[in-house]
Design a binder for this molecule. Structure first.
Ligand code: A2P
Length: 367
């Protein structure tokens, strides 16, 4: 892992008009969502460059009613680019992120390549927008180029629900279990889930075996399994450790104040919204009604918490939506007084977990 933010050659003249935006990984699940979110939020774009692998060179993608032709991502792709949104995997970000910065671009990187790198802000706009200002990275004439990292999708969704509470009363310990959608593993994984579901249902009267098994090592349709990120010697997988370490960085916690966090990450056969069960221990009491009030007021959070009708957040509630949906807000009866709380949250992994969060970061850069 690189030890510090790549040092840009500070551009002598920064952009005066709408930025030239490049998307690296434009043909992927997140790349295509970038295009939708940029259009929906009327992000100012002077010029748009779509980049993908050589396989996709020449392919056209629609944006705001026009067709754009994808180019192969190369070292020369970032000439005159002001803003580069990356979602083509960690190795591509590692190789081409610094190239884009050297060319004078601000990079918003959706991969894990630079998240824990010193000097690289790791940002959820509703949680720690100040990290960007502190680094002075931006598209204004007084700002510098650099990399800003988009956190892991499960971390973003968790922190959207927990940060409003943590700001009121410090969270001492957090136990999270995730139910993660196919989209986190990319467009090919979503196609595999769809194909496997068709194959499994092709025999009438029984859930049969599946033939297609290219992305995940196990049957995904009608099944679930431990997250497919690399397993570590300590028994945690990488996804789980990302949730721990990224939270400490985003909350800017020093060694003495770090929240104790443990995570179990599971892949479930849902297409594109993650769910998370979260158990919290607070430093001081936080009554359930106060927690509900804080979450009702939190930007980017909506409540679905209808006990009478047993109606709580589901992945389909969050699918293609911007907000994270929180419910099952209840006092944890196993903890003393009002110091423990349980929550359930759902958020669209492709949107708030990736593309929307990155575009919100880009909006902060325009200021
Ligand atoms: P391509 O479609 O040409 O393979 P996802 O996360 O949905 O799997 O998408 C990954 C994105 O990263 C796609 O746009 C993919 O382009 C792109 N990508 C993969 N490998 C490369 C590469 N070597 N150079 C540039 N883009 C790449």
């Amino acid at each position: 892992m690189p030890s510090s933010q790549p040092q840009p050659v500070a551009p002598s003249v920064r952009r005066q008009s709408a930025p030239h935006v490049a998307i690296a990984g434009a043909t992927g699940a997140v790349g295509e969502e970038f295009l939708r979110v940029l259009a929906q939020r009327h992000f100012p774009i002077g010029k748009l460059t779509l980049l993908a692998s050589a396989r996709s060179a020449g392919k056209t993608l629609a944006f705001n009613g026009d067709d754009y032709t994808c180019e192969e991502l190369t070292e020369d792709s970032f000439k005159d680019v002001d803003l580069a949104l990356f979602s083509a995997g960690g190795s591509i970000s590692k190789k081409f992120g610094p190239v884009a910065v050297d060319a004078g671009a601000v990079v918003v990187d959706n991969s894990s390549a630079f998240r824990m790198t010193d000097g690289v802000p790791l940002v959820v706009p509703e949680v720690n927008p100040e990290a960007i200002t502190d680094a002075n990275i931006g598209l204004g004439s007084d700002n510098v180029a650099g990399i800003i990292a988009n956190p892991n999708c499960s971390t973003i969704i968790m922190l959207m629900a927990v940060t409003p509470l943590h700001r009121a009363v410090a969270v001492k310990r957090m136990v999270v279990s995730t139910y993660q959608a196919a989209s986190g593993a990319g467009a090919a994984a979503m196609r595999e889930l769809e194909q496997q579901t068709r194959e499994a249902l092709s025999e009438p009267g029984a859930v049969g075996e599946v033939k297609t098994q290219a992305i995940f090592p196990f049957q995904y349709a009608f099944n679930l399994f431990s997250h497919n990120s690399p397993m570590q010697p300590n028994g945690y997988n990488q996804e789980e450790l990302k949730m721990v370490h990224e939270t400490h960085k985003i909350w800017a916690q020093n060694e003495n104040e770090k929240t104790a966090i443990t995570a179990t990450c599971i892949r479930v056969p849902v297409m594109r919204a993650h769910a998370e069960s979260i158990n919290l221990t607070f430093a001081h009491p936080l009554p359930e009604d106060e927690a509900r009030r804080l979450l009702e007021q939190a930007p980017g959070v909506s409540l679905i918490d209808d006990r009478a009708n047993n109606r709580f957040p589901m992945p389909l509630d969050a699918t293609h939506r911007d907000d994270c949906y929180v419910g099952r807000i209840r006092r944890d009866l196993s903890q003393p007084g009002e110091t423990g709380l349980d929550l359930f949250v759902c958020g669209d992994q492709v949107r708030k977990g990736a593309a929307l969060n990155a575009v919100q970061i880009a909006e902060l850069l325009l200021r």
